[in-house]
Design a protein around this ligand. Structure first.
Ligand SMILES: Nc1ncnc2c1ncn2[C@@H]1O[C@H](COP(=O)(O)OP(=O)(O)OP(=O)(O)O)[C@@H](O)[C@H]1O
Ligand SMILES: [Mg+2]
Length: 162
């Protein structure tokens, strides 16, 4: 089954994740629908949650992270892609958010130099290019796989692993 997240879902504030979509592909019609999906993930996020964002360049991983972080930190906050810094941390009154982009990580062990243990211990992690972590990737996590289906549309598959 493919669950299509439509603009009327947004308008009517239908919240489909974890109900209809777990493990099933979700069609995201445009960036506005991506914003809604990211917001719903942010609303439900709890301390120590790890979200992996997998997919090719331009699939919308940073875009998802930006809307997720803005929901918790405020719409005016600047959320640059941590392509070169590898990680960017954001503090909110409730939780810290650690946004990793591991594309440039050459060896999984380098993750320990950029706050990995602190992030896992106290915070919500959003991880682009999680493949770079190999066996260091936590088993308990939320996986979101992004696919590009047209210039405007994306297909996401969301899974929770225990
Ligand atoms: N439905 C959509 N959802 C998300 N982004 C979209 C969508 N439609 C178009 N876009 C555009 O696609 C681009 C996604 O770029 P983004 O930086 O988020 O990709 P990425 O997956 O993080 O790539 P990278 O692996 O290089 O970090 C943005 O320019 C965004 O405006
Ligand atoms: Mg990115």
């Amino acid at each position: 089954m493919i669950y299509k997240l439509t603009l009327s879902d947004i308008k009517n504030k239908i919240v489909p994740i974890k109900v209809k979509t777990l493990g099933n592909p979700i069609t995201i019609e445009n960036e506005q629908a991506m914003a809604l999906f990211a917001k719903e993930c942010a609303i439900k996020a709890q301390n120590k949650d790890v979200f992996t964002l997998q997919g090719p360049m331009g699939a919308g991983k940073s875009c998802f992270a930006r809307y997720f972080i803005r929901h918790l930190c405020g719409n005016n906050i600047d959320v640059p892609s941590p392509t070169f810094t590898l990680v960017q941390q954001y503090d909110t009154p409730c939780v810290s958010i650690w946004h990793f982009d591991l594309y440039r990580l050459e060896n999984p062990d380098e993750i320990y130099e950029i706050g990995w243990e602190e992030a896992l211990h106290d915070g919500v992690c959003l991880i682009e290019w999680p493949e770079r972590l190999g066996s260091l990737l936590p088993h308990k996590r939320h996986d979101i796989v992004f696919e590009i289906t047209s210039p405007e549309t994306r297909q996401l598959t969301y899974n929770m692993l225990e």
